[in-house]
Ligand binder design. Sequence first.
Ligand code: PLP
Length: 406
Amino acid sequence: MERRSFIEMFVAGAVGFTSLVKQDNDIGNQINWNRIRKQYPDSRSKVLNLNNGSAGMMSLDVEKQVLKFISEMNRNPPYEQEKYWGKIFELSKINLAEMIDCSAEELALVRNTTEALNFVLTGYNFPEKSNVVCGDHDYSHATDTLKNLSKERNFKLRQVKINLPADEEDIIEAYRKKINAKTEMVLITSMTHREGQMLPVKQISKLAREVGAKVLVDAAHSIGHYEHSVKDWDCDFYCTSLHKWLGGPLGTGVLYVRKNLLREIRGSYNLNESNQDKMQKFEAVGTKSYALYAAILSAIRYHQKIGTKTKHQRLMELTDYWTKAIDQIPNAEAIVPNKYGGIASFYYPGSSTKILGFFESKNIHLKKVRPLIANRTTYRVSPNIYHSFKDMDRFIEAFLEFSKQV
Ligand SMILES: Cc1ncc(COP(=O)(O)O)c(C=O)c1O
């Protein structure tokens, strides 16, 4: 169906809509988004993957590099080639460090955010009777680890409960109320996975500093999505996945540990004492796929050609586009935080099985999410830079069709 037909449906009076027609070269000036789209495998797929919050996609270029490295690795066993792979990894770290504003010696390449978070949480010596402040909105991999550890090591969890999206002032106030003199660490999710709200990390971090608590940032959705700085956030630990918004190979992530705190996180148990002062202590997990890590550099290069700011702007435009349209469908409610990017969600009454089933029948992937406080099922929509406004029309048209059936 052509884009015009979506507009015509609205103009025809279905829901009293005024034109939202967008051109794919409207923003980012020099960027030709149609060309970008063709550089991704998705342009050849029947599936409309609006679940990039779970995993993004490599461009065809990056994919080609992974395959090339796999073949190289197969022909040159990694143990004889450590210097070769090592140099590529170092280069990746230098570039990643530049992106998040730290030094390359403070970074380790790991498999994902989950692994990085677990290194920090399980490797830290939480004093008995201290507490850790986290949020209802944090990812379960982090909060479940904390719940298990708190029982084992006898510390308390003080969980911020706030109905997101919310104003920054209210969020800061909610953290202020939970942080106290016994707080050992504050976990901050820089962009929440259900609502896509960018939290005021710097301000929350400042509250933690006032009581001498450490700051751990779950930045799963931040790298390659919007500009930020580890220094500006003043965090001690930062964990992210490169396969979400940076377009890196699946199974690649980063752990940052502030230099002077390296000794405070245990790292792999298979290493002897002399290795405890190097970030490599988080990388020494046995044989792994060097090819994936080697291709990170290509993902960074691809990303840099577009630029973080431009990418963020584009993602916001895609979100604006679909949320404004959805809001005009009776009973549908788009949920967009004040500060956002490529993640937002919507509410629609009725059976989630029916709603998701309908979109699946149209080959459209969404993610069902259930914010704990709001206690109602919502649906996360997370497009990526390889999507066009026409793709968003396909989703909107499907939604409109569904709304007429119920
Ligand atoms: C906020 C947040 N943290 C952590 C994770 C875990 O990411 P990964 O599966 O890459 O480890 C996710 C996954 O979606 C997430 O949304």
